[in-house]
Design a protein around this ligand. Structure first.
Ligand code: GS8
Length: 220
């Protein structure tokens, strides 16, 4: 029997994009269901009763939650094509370390910069740039975080790049000037990986969405 694969997602979510890129890398056919996070479907509430968040991958009726876990699950189930996690246990641990770092730091720090003013804003902005530089250092002179091939860290980190324009707009800095090697990696991913170029939305659309969301949040 063919696999039944459904993804509950929202177009602008960098976490959802991770699952979409991993599924595209593996060539898995699936049904995409766009969620309205202000009016969540009963399917989402039923499939992710703990966090009630997207993305959720539903594989033959069974839910898998949390994007980094979803990507690892996809890699294990569809293991014959495009391996994402390194086979070496130490390298696998390192890859998981960086994805964990991204999960703990990037969105939360950017959100603080987005929503703060004055000294708090300046501190958060400095932290955003420090994080970007740390992640640029982790890439080093490799073409991809996975080495010569696109891997787990690449899948989990590249979705944030369509938010870089928004980071720049709110942080009043230019990523290309601050982190040229990181931007080189973004271009390489977009140029060589259909899974990435076909998944990432236009960065200006992401920015417009955030500006509109801010108006809703602040009542402006
Ligand atoms: C984060 C998912 C998440 O924040 C993961 O899957 O990696 N750690 C999780 N999902 C958000 C949308 S993207 O910002 C979400 O579903 N929010 C709905 C809510 O908070 O009610």
């Amino acid at each position: 029997m063919a696999d039944e694969v459904v993804l509950l997602d929202t177009w602008v979510s960098m976490f959802g994009m991770r699952a979409r890129i991993a599924l595209a890398e593996k060539g898995v056919k699936y049904e995409y269901k766009e969620e309205n996070l202000r009016d969540k479907s009963s399917l989402l509430l039923q499939m992710n009763p703990v966090h009630k968040k997207i993305p959720v991958l539903i594989h033959n009726g069974k839910p898998v939650c949390e994007s980094a876990i979803i990507v690892q699950y996809i890699d294990e189930v569809w293991k014959d094509k495009a391996p994402l996690l390194p086979s070496d246990p130490y390298e696998r641990a390192q890859a998981r370390f960086w994805v964990n770092f991204i999960d703990e730091k990037v969105y939360e720090t950017w959100r603080r910069m987005w929503l703060s003013k004055g000294e708090e804003y300046e501190a958060a902005k400095k932290e955003v740039l420090d994080i970007m530089k740390l992640l640029e250092g982790a890439l080093g002179d490799k073409p991809f975080y996975g080495g010569d091939t696109f891997g787990f860290v690449d899948v989990c980190w590249i979705p944030f790049s369509c938010w870089f324009y928004t980071f720049e707009a709110y942080g009043h800095f230019k990523m290309e000037a601050e982190c040229p090697t990181l931007i080189g990696w973004v271009k390489r991913c977009l140029e060589t990986k259909d899974s990435v170029s076909k998944t990432l939305p236009d960065e200006k659309k992401v920015y417009e969405y955030i500006v509109a969301l801010e108006k809703v949040m602040t009542g402006a």
